[in-house]
Ligand binder design. Sequence first.
Ligand code: NDP
Length: 333
Amino acid sequence: NREWLLAERPDGEPDQDCFELHETDVPSPAPGELLVRTRFLSVDPYMRGRMRDAESYAEPWDVGDALKGGIVGEVVESESDAYGAGDLVTGEGRWADYATLDADDVAPVDPTVADPAAYLGVLGMPGRTAYFGLLEVGEPKPGDTVVVSGAAGAVGSVVGQIAKRNGCRVVGFAGSDEKTDWLTDDLGFDAAINYKTTDDYRAALDEAAPDGVDVYFDNVGGPITDAVFTKLNLDARVAVCGQIAHYNDEGVPTGPRKLPQIIPVRARIQGLLIADFATRFGEASERLGRWVASGELKHRETVVEGLENAPDAFLGLFAGDNIGKQVVRVSAE
Ligand code: NDP
């Protein structure tokens, strides 16, 4: 059984030296637990925060700790009546070939609804973040213009599609033409801006959001956010979901530099944490599952092959290597 440990804390941008692959015995499930053979594991931007020695909403990892996150796997041994060998489940497990999970903490995976990897993306934590973050914090109304940064990622791609369902004009920022084409041609975004080939984001927004911005769903921060702030309409809502442009900052991050702009329009800026909606996850899972099964909600997973390549998959999030949800395939069917 191979598992990844935190070898050292990153200084700025993380690299391969932060990770160490370690051999251990296959763990044995205690009463109430399942032994799961990992099929897919999730790499997520918030894990950068766990690598830092600082208090945050996700507990920091110590050097030498096993890395953990969302996994999908097949039960190979069960010490619970709730699941049996062969069942597919999703929960929080180690970046490892095998993991033990408490049966109370896992959810079933139905491969007839979507590929099991989707349970780490649109049907998992990122999809729920998009759902509650947009609907509860962004409060979109029909006719609103919704701008999403990090739009071609796991959260952003779902935010934009839910905003479209709610009758909004949707504009996304993403980092390649392949991504912006996917947003407009496949996901129904009204416009998408490649921020890596566009110099003047404000001018691009003049064209893409001619009526201004009513809801800004921010995954990124930095200069994109600065530009969007200059276009906010009266009573605009800003849902601050992530600030990935700042996760590798070592000093005090810059911005938001355009805060004076929110005064005349009385915009509301609100942070969101998906854990706050835990009592309502069932509602989101039911609706997202229905939309995915019917094909109304599209999703994509970028798959890196092999547990040994999990650090590459994680580091790739900061380079924008992923379209949709980034996962690692640890074992085949
Ligand atoms: P993504 O799938 O969106 O992957 C990250 C993406 O961020 C990359 O693909 C890249 O795309 C983009 N990116 C990376 N660096 C920069 C940069 N400097 N400037 C602009 N874009 C950048 O990740 P998730 O969908 O899982 O997460 C999106 C955000 O939501 C993250 O900030 C994450 O921390 C946050 N989040 C917050 C939660 C909460 O409860 N608050 C829960 C889940 C996620 P590109 O090619 O476009 O640059």
